[in-house]
Design a protein around this ligand. Structure first.
Ligand code: SAM
Length: 294
């Protein structure tokens, strides 16, 4: 694995300021990635603090373990939705804080073998956990046109979803689409570029969200918080598109109505222009934090 892989943690200082209220507390990094946020958190926490780092991606966990190299980090390859059962296994108390930094990491995008990028030729895979489940190739080669259209329209907000779904269905009758470039070139052949954006951009985003069931998963996360966060503890969600943010915003509103939770920030926190200049991935990021009151 290339140890030059970089992933600059987004809004890292802000998240640390809002989340780390107890220096010797117990925390969850539900999307460990390359450990960027966790490394910063640990630099601010005491010797006896603990962080549970979860990721679906085994390679990310290995990388993060090496990079962070700290006895206070415990890792597991798992979905963040399994946090509650893992905390029970570990015999940990309820948490002081949890972070969910959604979506994919830049190292996954850069690794051609994972199939996330239309700029690099690789198998049309896109699974965060590439040991199980349906790949992007499975979806594009087997789903009926109306299902593909739904995925492209709903998860990619793609205006030409019907046309692209039909083009794919026609092409796969001749030869199945196997690689990222098979799909990207097919789309580029039929859909003109709009400005600098590659016409496959939204289609790749939509397939990644569908393959990993990202929206279904994130919808379940706020419901899980009562099982993992202690009264006075906080949870932070870093989202990367309006679909994700809408889910978190709505869920937080409902939680606030119960009186058991309080919004730490009423307005979405966005990275500064300077952070965006240094890290283009920060462009679409938004942070919401909630605190358990009761
Ligand atoms: C944006 S990256 C996290 C980057 C990390 N905060 C850092 O600073 O290095 C998102 C990570 O979440 C993982 N992931 C996505 N969905 C997940 C889920 N449901 N459960 C656990 N990990 C997930 C991805 O594999 C990816 O490594």
């Amino acid at each position: 694995m290339a140890d030059t892989w970089q992933h600059i943690p987004i809004l890292a200082q802000d998240i640390a300021n809002l989340l780390l209220q107890n220096k010797s507390g117990y925390y969850l990094d539900g999307t460990l990635g390359l450990g960027g946020h966790t490394k910063l958190f640990l630099s601010r926490l005491d010797y006896n603090a603990k962080i549970l780092g979860l990721d679906k991606d085994a390679k990310a966990i290995k990388f993060a373990e090496n990079k962070v190299a700290d006895h206070r980090l415990i890792t597991r390859q798992a979905s963040y939705l399994q946090a509650s059962e893992i905390l029970k296994e570990l015999n940990w108390p309820l948490l002081d804080g949890a972070l969910f930094d959604l979506g994919l990491s830049s190292y996954q995008l850069d690794d051609a073998t994972r199939g996330f990028s239309f700029l690099k030729s690789g198998p049309l895979d896109m699974r965060f956990d590439n040991t199980k489940g349906t790949t992007a190739a499975d979806l594009v080669n087997t789903l009926p046109a109306d299902k593909l259209e739904y995925i492209f329209r709903t998860y990619g907000e793609e205006h030409q979803s019907k046309k692209i779904a039909l083009i794919i269905c026609q092409a796969r009758r001749e030869t199945p689409l196997k690689t990222t470039t098979d799909l990207a070139n097919l789309i580029e052949k039929h859909i003109p570029r709009f400005g600098k954006t590659h016409p496959a951009t939204r289609i790749f985003q939509a397939l990644r969200i569908a393959v990993n069931e990202e929206l279904e998963t994130v919808s379940k996360a706020p419901k899980m918080l009562k099982d993992i966060i202690k009264p006075g503890g906080r949870a932070a969600f870093l989202t990367f598109h309006s679909l994700e943010d809408r889910i978190i915003k709505q869920a937080f509103k409902e939680m606030e109505k119960t009186g058991a939770w309080r919004l730490v920030n009423k307005k979405l926190i966005n990275p500064s222009p300077e952070e965006i200049k240094n890290n283009s991935r920060a462009r679409s990021a938004g942070l919401r934090v909630i605190e358990r009151v009761l």
